[in-house]
Design a protein around this ligand. Structure first.
Ligand SMILES: [Zn+2]
Length: 371
């Protein structure tokens, strides 16, 4: 059997122009390299799986390339580039502070910092999850950060910027990475699907991107998991079944029923969901999201905040046009209330059913107030 390499690793970008979803960061880094204005310490902040370590590696590779191209992309041919690509470069040192957070780990690193690089100009030290370093480790590191040797560049990465000490913050150039947009994730998944000769419905990739919630690494591992399970053709139906996600259709159906005030049909639909084995609290929180999306879709200015694929966006815009704003506000309130009460209630199902009844009564109440 051919060796299986997970997509997140196989398709890890190797140059700035292939990094997904962080155009302002890659162009700033590129400009700094072209202008020979390198800082000695960088802090990469942002949620997990958005490319912080990847950018750090590309940066290290690029500044050590011996025949750097005019656009600040590495040549991929020189000795340094080759050693980076094969993962055996001596110019890059990575410390995962999540598992090596003691003062001894930092002392080892500080020892290494003094050694001059063999090939290339710079040694790059990447400290991942830097907020996890113990206080004494932080202190041991601070000195090196204050007076680093000229060949050393530090890239600190963190998901928790607020936990970084001001003494560290003030010594670093800070880059804030964006959460990955659903559309960026979908585009990248399309690219990988094509490479892997997998055909996929756009809605299928959209569900994967939603589930990954802004982290590309998660999106890719979900993609792998589903391909392993379903084969080379990903349909929306297969993906929602595999991820145990409730079909979008349900939310659109529910909303129509609420708007018409159809209590009986809403109850039957809820029953159907229970019988499928879905947890009702997810239904309620997803209904909240659905109402929020409808509110956003109602206005041509805010519609761009909808993070869904084009075909689903159309459905949102259509349903939003059919609902009044007052209805959507009230619906959102009821769903939120139900979510808050759900945990403390013993009769969970009753709690959800009551919410559905209230949702079905919104328009009736609005009418009464008018009279
Ligand atoms: Zn090179």
């Amino acid at each position: 059997m051919e060796n299986f390499i997970v997509s997140a690793r196989r398709y890890r970008p190797a140059s700035f122009d292939t990094v997904v979803g962080q155009p302002s960061i890659t162009s700033t880094l590129r400009n700094a390299i072209m202008g020979h204005q390198l800082a000695q310490a960088y802090l990469f902040c942002g949620p997990r799986g958005v490319g912080k370590t990847t950018c750090a590696r590309i940066f290290a590779k690029t500044i050590n390339c011996m025949n750097l191209k005019e656009n600040a992309e590495p040549c991929n041919e020189c000795e340094s580039c080759k050693s980076f690509d094969s993962g055996r470069s001596l110019n890059i040192h990575e410390l995962d502070a999540a598992s090596n957070n003691g003062v001894d780990d930092i002392r080892d690193l500080v020892e290494q910092v003094r050694i001059l690089p063999q090939i290339g100009k710079y040694s790059v030290y990447i400290i991942d999850e830097v907020h996890m370093l113990s206080k004494s480790a932080f202190n041991a590191f601070l000195k090196t950060l204050e007076e680093p040797p000229a060949h050393a560049i530090f890239i600190l990465a963190t998901t928790e910027k607020h936990q970084i000490l001001p003494t560290i913050l003030s010594r670093c150039q800070i880059y804030d990475f964006n959460r990955m947009k659903v559309s960026d994730t979908v585009e990248h998944l399309k690219y990988i699907a094509a490479k892997e000769e997998v055909t996929a419905e756009e809605e299928a990739l959209d569900v994967i991107a939603q589930k990954a919630d802004g982290a590309m690494r998660d999106a890719l591992s979900i993609f792998d998991q589903i391909v392993a399970f379903c084969g080379k053709h990903l349909t929306y139906a297969k993906v929602i079944e595999n991820l145990n996600v409730l079909d979008y259709d349900y939310y659109f159906k529910f909303t129509s029923l609420f708007y018409e005030g159809n209590i009986a049909e809403s109850m039957l639909l809820l029953n159907e969901i229970y019988e499928k084995g879905f947890d009702a609290i997810h239904l309620v929180s997803d209904l909240s999201k659905h109402f929020r999306n409808l509110l956003v879709a109602k206005d041509t200015i805010t519609v761009q905040l909808l993070e869904v694929s084009a075909s689903i966006k159309e459905r949102y815009v259509k349903q939003a046009a059919e609902c009044s704003i007052t209805f959507l506000y009230e619906a959102l309130k009821i769903a939120e209330q139900c979510e808050m009460q759900y945990k403390s209630r013993i009769e969970k199902r009753l709690c959800v059913e009551l919410a559905l009844i209230k949702l079905c009564q919104i328009n009736e109440l609005i009418e009464k107030k008018k009279v």
